[in-house]
Design a protein around this ligand. Structure first.
Ligand SMILES: Nc1nc2[nH]cnc2c(=O)[nH]1
Ligand SMILES: [Zn+2]
Length: 466
């Protein structure tokens, strides 16, 4: 314990394994000045620790202390049109709304103002870690990384690559895309901020040529550790058909990424709703994370992922908001909708496919495909996401040695959407927050030991209202 460690006292709830919550009523977390968790103690030990003259004591009373949320897949520029244009399926939605909107990020002044609002909104909702897609534009993507750094969010940021099948107002040449990606990676690594990291981000197979994908795989592999890779995979049936026509030489959609060196233990793919058993085996064997984005999957009528099967088969799974395919910036929404999606699967309405070679085939059997519990969904929104993003040793729960990324939840805040009744247990209150709560209940947002929900952050949000 260093001389200025801080003792945060409150009701601690975090996930130790899928479906396994630990609850410490009036427990405490000791955090060093470097923002790292030194120990977690039960109520009985708190009094002794409090007596230590060298420790700062922060008594949070009735509040809950929970890990920060990990949004494994979010498009920062798409926050500009969030909650609008929700009536089309993926490929039409991209052409009608997404591409014209992303093209505006060519202008760095516009990008700065949009990105400030978006990042502030995600952070204020308790997203302590986000894996962002930006756009193809180098300057504005650097600005996004600078803003994430400035507000102190943990962010993984990707310059999007698009050199084929894209409108002429949102396309780059192969060589420019490679050059700008290298420059962006150098820009982010040059910050020497452990909270902000680059990620290689081919938009998806239809918009990234073979030559570009191969070069991106090489850029990822040329660093130690490898630069992370994120993209979209098997989200929509027309998309999958199109990829099949484009790459008859590959065995499957996932195999296209694999053959271009883009699947490894630091890769994670959004959606994967319609992946075959063979693809799921490939993803598991390569250590690729699956980012389940249920709001987007419903909103773009893509399908309901069989998340239980992914977990049973040993894949890493996290959750994503996929703004603006998904209409909510809050991971509470992703958590709730992941439960709804898994309930659809459990009643025989999900993405079963005719996947007979799978040992877990036989969808429709409610017994075999149990819906996610709230504790499991919470695990995916915290630990699961951290593991997908290769941050499992750093965040996700409160094990000593990890960074203190935490939310202080006040269920009784003035104007709270959550009612607390006499006799409620801590877990009752926690569940009510998960299902009914919102950012009003999220009083403080700690990233690496510092509260980032500051007046400055509120001012950033207020600025967008002017
Ligand atoms: N949901 C979603 N899927 C995509 N596939 C390619 N681009 C996108 C995108 O921006 N959003
Ligand atoms: Zn997406």
């Amino acid at each position: 314990m260093d001389s200025q460690s801080t003792l945060y006292i409150g009701t601690i709830i975090h996930s130790l394994a899928l479906g396994k919550l630990e609850v410490l009523e009036k427990g405490a977390i000791v955090v060093g000045t470097n923002g790292v968790i030194e120990k977690v103690v039960e109520a009985a030990q708190v009094a002794t620790l409090k007596k230590s003259s060298s420790i700062n004591v922060v008594d949070l009373g009735h509040r809950l202390i929970i890990p920060g949320f990990v949004d494994g897949h979010v498009h920062a520029p798409q926050y500009s049109f969030v909650g609008t244009g929700m009536e089309l399926p993926l490929l039409d939605w991209l052409n009608k709304y997404t591409f014209p909107s992303e093209a505006k990020f060519k202008d760095p002044v516009y990008a700065r103002s949009q990105y400030r609002t978006a990042v502030a909104r995600f952070l204020t909702n308790g997203t302590t870690t986000a894996s962002y897609f930006a756009t193809i534009h180098l300057e504005s993507t650097k600005i996004l990384a600078d803003i994430v750094h400035e507000v102190g969010q943990r962010g993984i940021i990707g310059k999007v690559n698009m050199d084929r099948n894209s409108p002429d107002f949102l396309v780059e040449t192969t060589s420019q895309s490679i050059k700008d990606t290298k420059e962006f990676v150098a820009h982010v690594l040059g910050k020497r901020d452990p909270l902000v990291q680059p990620v290689i981000t081919p938009r998806f197979v239809p918009s990234t040529s073979s030559k570009l994908m191969t070069s991106l795989g090489e850029i990822s592999a040329s660093h130690d550790p490898k630069i992370r890779v994120q993209s979209h995979l098997s989200e929509n049936k027309n998309e999958i058909k199109w990829v099949g026509e484009m790459h008859p030489e590959c065995g499957s959609y996932a195999d296209v990424y694999n053959q271009h060196g883009l699947l490894h233990e630091r890769s994670y793919m959004a959606h994967c709703i319609w992946c075959s058993y063979g693809e799921r085996e490939l993803l598991r064997d390569k250590g690729v994370g699956i980012i389940h984005c249920p709001n987007s999957n419903f909103s773009l009528s893509s399908g309901a992922l069989n998340v239980r099967r992914m977990l049973d088969e040993g894949l890493k799974v996290g959750l994503g908001s996929d703004v603006a395919g998904g209409f909510s910036p809050s991971m509470l929404d992703a958590l709730r909708q992941s439960i709804t999606a898994s309930k659809m699967v459990s009643i025989g309405q999900g993405s079963d496919g005719d996947d007979l070679e799978s040992p877990t085939a036989g969808i429709g059997s409610i017994k075999q495909y149990e819906a996610l519990s709230y504790a499991e969904a919470f695990h995916l929104a915290t630990v699961g996401g951290a593991e997908c993003l290769s941050l499992g040793d750093t965040v996700g729960n409160f094990l000593p040695g990890k960074d203190f990324d935490a939310l202080i939840i006040d269920p009784k805040v003035e104007g709270s959407p959550v009612d607390v009744f006499e006799g409620d247990s801590s877990l009752d209150i926690f569940q009510r927050f998960l299902f009914l709560g919102d950012d009003r209940n999220i009083e403080q947002v700690f990233v690496a030991g510092k509260n980032r929900k500051t007046q400055k952050l509120r001012d950033m949000l207020a600025a967008s209202l002017k």
